[in-house]
Write a protein that binds this ligand. Sequence first.
Ligand code: FAD
Length: 450
Amino acid sequence: TTSVLWFRRDLRLGDHPALLAAIAGADEVLPLFVLDPSLLHEGTPRADRLLASLAALSASTDGALVLHRGDPREVVPAVAAEVGAGEVHVSRETTPYGRRRDEAVAAALEGSGRRLVPTGTPYAVGPGRLLNQAGAPYKVFTPFARAWRAHGRPAPAPTPDSVRWRRGVPSEALPPTTGDPATDAGEAAALARWTAYVQGGLTDYATERDRPDLDTTSRMSVALKYGEIHPRTMLADIAAHSAGRLRATETYVNELVWREFYADVLWHHPESAWHDLRPELSRLPYDDGPETEARIDAWREGRTGFPIVDAGMRQLLAEGWMHNRVRMITASFLTKDLHVWWPVGARHFLAHLLDGDLASNNHGWQWVAGTGTDASPYFRVFNPVTQGRKFDPDGDYVRRWVPELRHLPGAAAHEPWKHAKGHDAGYPAPIVDHDVERREALARYETARR
Ligand code: FAD
């Protein structure tokens, strides 16, 4: 007998409960990935990164991985019928689109007497599992994190010694990547990066994580997005290596809990992906029109005249990644200095971030905009200059991404307008006056709250 293992956000073989379930239920396992045109935007760095991960997964299944392009509602039942599989195993999907799609696939399979069998999720504690004492979902991070910790940490699932893959099933070829293929994709690369980090950089995480110039965070977000590693594995490694540096490891675990919290919020409130979570703020007025459009373009391209904002936006375009502190600063700039509704920025981030994740991204945006659960207080408006001076104290991050400012030494790079040769190399003057826009943002929030 054959079972199908349909891979999605779980592109690995280790610590993979759905793989173990697929093995337990049949003699052979057919590994399948569906290139769903509604998710895959070919020709983009994101698509290239996924294809690189699939190439690694295909190699670790000794080439047995079957790929098909199309609507999973049609492809999955057709492949299951072709190999005579009674069960299609998956890691449970928790996003709104993934849940709808899986329901439809399950219904289509049932029509021919087959089953979709979900086991595990991409999270250590599955979204929807934790409820407060009143039986309601958590709305605030701290009590959620308390409940999450009390819930305990499941041990990683054992890696199977060997898997009998079903072979000889026709497959489409992996589409070629358009850019340079990523060299850090796949399970082995994710584990290597993670092992090196746990043994090294993690020690300074609590003290240095806010410093974009030092680049000392783990950069595990892309591997987590594709499930090249499971957070369970990471938590177990942290527990095994935390001796003597509890503060760093606790701080790191806390960030992983934010990822779980946002997935839980999305599970309970699928509409929160694109709508303000706090209804009282949905009356906030936003700017539009040609002048605002031009400013949004300047923000997207890193031409706002605020060095730390521009450095971050250029890092996003160049690397498909941005440091967390700078994600907050650039998001605050769009929403509070340019008075633009956060989904405009969330969409741009999702289009370019290799780690782009609906729950973490869109709730991260709502946090900054002040419209989310657990939002930063609405009156918190990041000052791009003080933020820059504080978290990039020597200006190194700015000079790395904004070559026009390389002639300015140290922290002077954060305030080119203060220096005689500040704008010499063609760097633009600030497109807005931060103090004016800050007052304007506060006035709008006050009015909306009334
Ligand atoms: P580390 O600091 O090493 O953190 C370890 C892991 O913890 C990360 O890989 C991530 O999985 C998780 N994590 C850390 N911070 C957060 C957070 N604030 N919220 C949720 N999870 C977190 N993260 C994404 O994975 N995808 C996104 O699309 C995304 N968009 C964001 C948009 C905005 C406006 C903001 C403010 C934050 C966003 N984040 C997003 C969260 C965070 O910025 C990234 O997870 C982090 O920068 C990734 O780098 P790292 O792996 O080196 O992080």
